[in-house]
Each structure stands twice: as C-alpha cells, then as structure tokens.
Design a protein around this ligand. Sequence first.
Ligand SMILES: [Ca+2]
Ligand SMILES: [Ca+2]
Length: 208
Amino acid sequence: MDEQPTVAPVTTYLLGDSNLDGTVNINDVTAIQRHIAAIEALSQTQLLAADVNSDGHVNISDATELQMFLANYNIPYPICEQVSTNSTPTQPTATEPAATTAPTTVAPTTAPSTYTVVLTNALNWSGTIYCYYWGSNYNPVQWCGTPMNYIGTNDYGQSQYSLTIPSRATNVIFTNGSVQTVDLLISGNTNFYTKNETENGKYKCGTW
Ligand SMILES: [Ca+2]
Ligand SMILES: [Ca+2]
C-alpha cells in the first residue's frame, strides 16, 4: 500500500494572495511592491502565493501579472486558484531581501538574462510602438527598435505594451517612428509611462 509521509505540513494559499487574507486584490500587488522595495518582507508562504508566474522569484513581473489580472486581462496563470503544497525543499526559494539588510545586497547568484519592459502609451501615440535598446555591453538594435507586444489597456483606456530584452541592455528608447522618448536607463524589469514633458523634443517617461 502507499505510504504517505507521516509528517507533511501542508500549506494552502490562493495564487496571487500575497498577503494571505483569502482574497486577491490590489492589496496583494501592494504587498509585492513593498517586498520588492524591501519595506516589508514576505513570509515563505507569502512568497509562494506572490510568485504569480511561478518562476521561483518574486519581482515586478509578478506585480504586473497581478495588476493585469485585476484589470481583467487574460493571464496564463491560475490566479485565485487554491494551491496546496507540503513544505518540501523543492518549493521555490524566492528571493527575499532580509528585513534588516538594505536591498543593495540583493545580487542574485545568476543575473537574469532578460528583462521585461512595459510601456503605458499615456500620450496615445499611434501606430506600432517600438523599443530601441542598447548597453555598453550590448550593441544597439537597428533603429527604430523591436515592435513591442500590445498587452491591452489599463483602467484609463491607455494602451500598454511589453517587450522582453537582454539584461545587458541598459538603455531604452520608446518610439512609434515619428516621436520618441529620451534615453531611459533600466536595471531590471521596469514599467514606464510617457509623460507630456519634453527635453529637446523628446518625451520623458515616469515609472510605475
Ligand atoms: Ca489578499
Ligand atoms: Ca515570479
């Protein structure tokens, strides 16, 4: 007969319920953001619930997926579904900034090879939105860049685009071929929005 392990502590949570209060809502996005900003670290179970895309890390991608889910986009992850797991060491050991140490020590042992950049097209630029990117260690792609993937609109009806780029790219410019942003620095997954503010005819961006 099957012998189950006699001691198998079972953890149950809803995927996305990063504050473990039994519902998935904007507070869970906030909990992830506070975790990323090292304001308030998530517990081990919270980290599992917060790892929306199940890649073993809790980062801005999970917050983005969760925000998109809350905005009724189709997300390829079973957010809100109950997950039961026994706490075996096979579970992802997500990155957690220790509460007492500054986030400067969050150097992952292996740097991620790609970043995801998201642009909220807040100025309603028409046509295809491109992301042009380069780094001191990465030759620029051909102007005007790589077409970004349309991912839907936000609560304000603004279109949003995403693109995965090599992490060796440290600078990006967004453009539709006729107008463009200023040079933007990135050091990880970053969400941008265009601002109605220019410098030498190029639009500035904020991040969210
Ligand atoms: Ca919650
Ligand atoms: Ca994740």
